[in-house]
Write a protein that binds this ligand. Sequence first.
Ligand code: HEM
Length: 380
Amino acid sequence: MLFTTFALLVALATVSNAGLTRRVACPSGGTVTNAACCALLPVLEDIQTNMFADDTCGDAAHTALRVAFHDAIGFSKTKPSFGTGADGSIFIFAEQELSYDANLGIADAFNLQAPFIANHTIGVADFIQFAAAVSLSRCPGVVRPTFMFGRTDATVPAPDGTVPEPFQTVDVILARMADAGFTPAELVALLASHSIAGADDVDPSVSGLPFDSTPSVFDTQFFVETQLRGTLFPGTGGNQGEVETAVAGTLRLQSDSLLARDSQTSCLWQANVNNQAHMASSFQTAFAKMQIIGQNAAKLVDCSDVIPQPPALSAAAAKAFFPPGLTISNVEQACASTPFPNLPTAAGSAEHVPSIVQDPATNGACQDDGTGCVAKFTKP
Ligand code: HEM
C-alpha cells in the first residue's frame, strides 16, 4: 500500500513537471527554456526571413548543412594539430581553409552566411551549426534537430586533409571518421544528409546535380538509388570522385557508391531503405554529436526548443520506390545477410531529374580558391 502511494506520487510529480516546464520571456519577445537561448531568437528571425527566405529545402539549406560538416570534422582524437572541431575555423580562416580541394564549393556558404554572422552577437562556430539545424527544419522528413549553444571559436585553422574526399577508398574514409570519433554506423547515419544534397563542382559542366531524385525531401530514396546499377553520367562524366548513376539528371559520388557496396557498411546502408524512422532518428543522433565535435559539452546550453519543427512527411510520401522503369533486378545487392527490400516501381517513363536551382546569394566576393573570403566578424 505504501509502495503504491509512493509510485502514484512519483507519477503525479513527473506529469506536472512535464506539463509545467518553466519558460523565460526574452527582452526582444518570445520565450525560451533557458535565458541564454534568447540570443538566438533575433538570429532565427533574421535567417528565416532573409537568408533562407522562401527556400524549401533547396540550395541555401543544402549549402548551410554541408559547411557544418566541413567545419566540425577539423578535429582528431589523436592529433591536436587537426583543429578544434565545430569551431568556426572554416570561416574565421576562410582564405586558408577554402583553398583546400576538399572544401571546393564551401565559398558558396561563406557568401551566403558571412553578412549575417557579422550582424549578430553569437560566435561564428555557433552560427554555422545553428544555421545548419535551422536549414534542416526546412526539409520534410527530418526529425527536429537538437541544438547546443555556447561554442568556443577557433584560434587556429584546421589543416588540409581533415575532410573526406569522394575519390577516397572506404578504408581511408572510415579511418578519417574514426579518428574524429565516428563509427561506420554513425558515418552512414550522417550520410542521410546526401538525401537533401547535390554537387556543383564534381562535374563542372552542370551545377546543382542532385544525389537522388528527391533532393528537397529528407527521404530514403538516396539509399535506394545509390544501390542501383549505374548506367549513365548526368553531364560529361568521368570526373574525379564521380561514378555512373542510375537515374538521369542525378550524380553519384564514388564514395557513396563504394560505401553502399563495401562489406563494412553495405548492411548499414541498406538498413535505411524504406525505413524513414530509422534514417531520421539515427541521423538526428549522429548530427547532434557532429555539431559539438571538439567542444566541452558540459559548458553548452541546450537550446533545442529554438529550432523550428520541420514539415511532416506523410506515411505515403515516406514510402520508398524504384524510379520509373527500374526494378529489383537493377539492384546491386551488397548486404550479405539481408535481401534488398522489393519496392514498387514509380509509374511513368524514365525521368530526368531537374538540377537544383542555385541561390544567387551564394555568389559573392569569396571565390572557390579561397581568395576574397575575408570578413571581419566584429560583433555589434
Ligand atoms: C564520406 C563523407 C563525405 C564525402 C566524401 C562527401 C562529399 C561531398 C561532395 C563531393 C559533395 C558535392 C560538392 C559540390 O560539388 O558542390 C557533397 C555535397 C554535400 N554534402 Fe557531403 N560528403 C560527405 C559527408 C557529408 C556529411 C557528413 C554531411 C552532413 C552532415 C554532408 C552534407 C552534404 C550536403 C548538404 C551537400 C550538398 C551541398 C550543396 O548542394 O550545396 N556530406 N558532399
